[in-house]
Design a protein around this ligand. Structure first.
Ligand code: TYM
Length: 362
């Protein structure tokens, strides 16, 4: 089931919203941060897989938010490697760089430029209420956090608004960021004149949140407490199978979907259903009278069959970094054509003095 945060409006003037005004395909945009050596299963089921399916129907923009990756501790050599890994994983999963616009965020300077403009219409209190910042600084305190982390949501809003995006397919955890983006778009339009399309989030309810295999009350993430809690898309399929087999299950023996009473088994059913396309009720019927162990053994096999080709294809793509870089540069060129038009409109409406034809400015 797909749930959207409703209320899309489309700017009615200027070049930026031309794709919508011309009645062409709606635009979708999304991205996954290069903050680990591999995307994990939650990224795939909650996001990337849906992007692949949506490519044909929409005018699609997929990017790698590397500027967001440096809002927390990072290592420069690792960042470069991880950025290419995510690029390779997008393609291996089925993103087609010819069909979709596919690029790295830092290659398109308009993202940082628009983010600054949005920072200046965002309330300090409003930004302080964003739960991601609160969560990330809960243990360490805000003194050790960066200003970049605080401004993370406005950079994300810039990513979305630069492309006059209609729909943003993301997992449940991004909902609050989308709400802020919509508020900022409406605020800017009201104050400076119609400029931005107000986007909707597209959250696929059934699999919007994949949980940690060791702690099924927490979402599967790059920073989970146990390495066994997450399946990395680039890991040895045998290890992935082991992680499934050692997943925490619940009291009782019955295999049935009940997110409150049986979060562990329900998570395994969601994963199984997402990877095979078998509806959960059919799985429940098939496993009636069987033990948790049966489900885990079968799902471990499904996991091996899923991960093996994806991993092989990613490794093949990683073996030719020059080709990956070429595809990313091509995508950045296409992205800039759109982004520069939006930013020019924003600057003009905000009253920035035109820079003339200075090369490299705007
Ligand atoms: P990131 O990199 O944390 O995650 C990428 C996508 O994966 C989804 N996701 C999950 N879905 C289901 N279950 C999980 N356990 C799970 N973990 C992650 C996320 O919801 C996301 O869709 N802020 C974004 C990156 C970003 C972005 C954007 C996204 C930057 N700019 C503009 C969309 C549009 C993020 O941190 O995603």
């Amino acid at each position: 089931m797909t749930e959207t945060i409703t209320g899309t409006t489309t700017a009615d003037g200027g070049a930026p919203a031309a794709h919508a005004a011309a009645g062409t395909k709606k635009r979708i945009l999304s991205g996954a941060k290069p903050t680990a050596d591999s995307l994990h299963l939650g990224n795939y089921i909650g996001a990337v897989r849906n992007w692949v399916d949506m490519q044909a129907e929409y005018d699609a923009v997929f990017f790698i938010p590397d500027l967001h990756a440096v809002t927390v501790d990072f290592d420069p050599a690792e960042l470069a490697h991880r950025t290419r890994v995510v690029a390779a994983q997008y393609i291996a999963a089925g993103i087609d760089p010819d069909k979709s616009i596919f690029f790295v965020q830092s290659h398109v300077p308009e993202h940082a430029q628009l983010a600054w403009a949005l920072n200046c219409i965002t309330g300090f209190g409003e930004a302080s209420r964003m739960t991601q910042f609160k969560d990330k600084t809960q243990k360490t305190g805000s003194d050790s956090a960066t200003l970049g982390l605080f401004a993370y949501p406005t950079l994300m809003a810039a990513d979305i608004l630069l492309y006059q995006t209609d729909l943003v397919p993301v997992g449940e955890d991004q909902r609050q960021h989308l709400e802020l983006t919509r508020n900022l778009a409406q605020r800017f339009n009201t104050r400076f004149g119609e400029t931005f399309t107000v986007p909707e989030a597209t959250i696929l309810k059934a699999n919007a949140k994949i949980y940690d295999l060791q702690n099924p009350n927490a979402k599967m993430s790059k920073t989970g407490e146990s390495p066994n809690g997450a399946i990395q898309l680039l890991e040895d399929p045998k290890i992935a199978a082991k992680r499934i087999k050692s997943a925490v299950t619940d009291a009782g023996t019955e295999i049935r979907f009940d997110a409150t009473e049986k979060p562990g088994v329900s998570n395994l059913l969601t994963i199984y259903s997402s990877l095979t396309g078998t509806p959960v009720p059919e799985l429940e019927a098939a496993y009636e009278g069987k033990m948790y162990g049966h489900l885990k053994v079968d799902l471990a096999e499904v996991m091996v069959d899923f991960i093996t080709p994806l991993r092989n294809r990613t490794n093949e793509l990683m073996a030719d970094p020059a080709e990956l870089d070429r595809l990313l540069a091509q995508g950045a060129g296409r992205a800039r054509e759109i982004a520069s038009g939006t930013l020019a409109g924003v600057y003009e409406r905000m009253g920035f003095l035109p820079s003339g034809n200075l090369p490299g400015v705007r």
